[in-house]
Design a protein. Structure first.
Ligand code: AHG
Ligand code: MN
Ligand code: MN
Length: 334
């Protein structure tokens, strides 16, 4: 029988190889367990009574879905008592969430988008959870917003779980990017791809084209040249894929390459962009870079952006390295 590597074994071996501490291993196990609960809730769909609006709004001014709220609660509860965290921040909460006094505190800060792509939940399209792990600064026991505001390069781990036809956890602790598929009978994540490599070149891209009239000139030119295809300046045909779940779009890139773009445009420039740096762009940038891809704002490496707020938004261009570099060339011309 071919040997399967459960997530636990993978993490223990990574710990033995000096790639993580037992505390980080526990943190990842706990997040993975929470993702299993979220996966269960999502897969019940209408039968579980989990679809539809929660009737509340979040700090982003967005209407929350029932599953946004539930996923946030599952992640908070799972991470409260393990003793591995000093604090938690979430897309769904304005301020950092303290670890209850009843429990010991650890050295890590956990940030997450509990459910990404939630506009897709009710139509049964893939959604996901994104998370990022930072170190709590020395001597800080009650972390405040300022302690979370560290650049992406400071991340010690990042990952996402995609709830699709299968549930897949994609993880990095800074030694490559690896994928684990949930065996639903066993309730165990099993290593299904070690050292994912994102192809450097691609002919596939993802962007919300309905924003075209709001795009900057360089985005107009860049996408125009892709659309011109074989007889245009790029000399090849390109294909569009847009799921509107960042997790699902990034997972496609992890699987077969491509680019994902949410540039700043006239519609969202005031806010800085559409996607959030701390729990969407940075963890995805870490995962994509560890798989040999690139992630940028168009003018700066994503992981070097200095965060100015927990919910700060940024332009995002990530994926196949050479195509991301092409976008940056166009951005420099403006
Ligand atoms: P969230 O559901 O966590 O708010 O994130 C949604 C994000 C991302 O998943 C997706 O790429 C993007 O928003 C889609 O935005 P629009 O469809 O509004 O353009
Ligand atoms: Mn999101
Ligand atoms: Mn979300």
């Amino acid at each position: 029988m071919s040997q399967r590597t459960p997530l636990t074994r993978f993490l223990i071996e990574a710990e033995r190889a000096g790639q993580m501490t037992p505390e980080l291993r526990l943190l990842i196990e706990v997040v993975a367990r929470a993702c299993k609960s979220i996966s269960n809730a999502i897969s019940k769909g209408a039968l579980g009574g989990v679809l539809g609006d929660a009737g509340t709004g979040n700090v982003q001014g967005e209407a929350q879905k029932k599953l946004d709220v539930l996923s946030n609660e599952i992640l908070l509860e799972a991470n409260a008592w393990g003793g591995h965290l000093a604090g938690i921040a979430s897309e769904e909460m304005e301020e950092p969430h303290p670890i209850p006094d009843a429990y010991p505190k650890g050295n890590f800060l956990l940030l997450f988008d509990p459910l990404d792509g939630s506009s897709n939940i009710d139509v049964n399209v893939s959604v996901g959870t994104i998370f990022s792990v930072l170190r709590c600064p020395d001597g800080v026991t009650e972390p405040a917003t300022e302690h979370f505001l560290q650049p992406g390069t400071a991340q010690v781990a990042a990952g996402y779980t995609i709830y699709g036809p299968s549930t897949v956890l994609v993880l990095t602790v800074g030694h490559g990017t690896h994928a684990f598929t949930l065996d639903r009978e066993l309730g165990t994540f099993i290593l299904t791809q070690r050292d994912i490599r994102v192809p450097e070149d691609t002919q596939e891209y993802a962007i919300n084209a309905s924003n075209q009239r709001h795009w900057d000139a360089h985005v107009q030119r860049y996408i125009g040249d892709l659309l011109a295809g074989k007889t245009g300046p790029r000399g090849k045909d390109f294909n569009t894929r847009w799921i509107a779940s960042m997790v699902a779009d990034v997972h496609r890139i992890m699987t077969r390459g491509g680019t994902f773009m949410y540039p700043a445009d006239a519609k969202c420039r005031e806010k800085g962009g559409r996607l959030r740096l701390m729990y969407e762009a940075n963890p995805m940038a870490f995962l994509v870079e560890q798989a040999g891809g690139a992630a940028t704002t168009g003018t700066q490496r994503m992981m070097e952006v200095t965060p100015t707020g927990l919910h700060m938004r940024v332009p995002v261009i990530l994926g196949s390295k050479n195509e991301v570099a092409q976008f940056e060339r166009y951005a420099r011309e403006d």
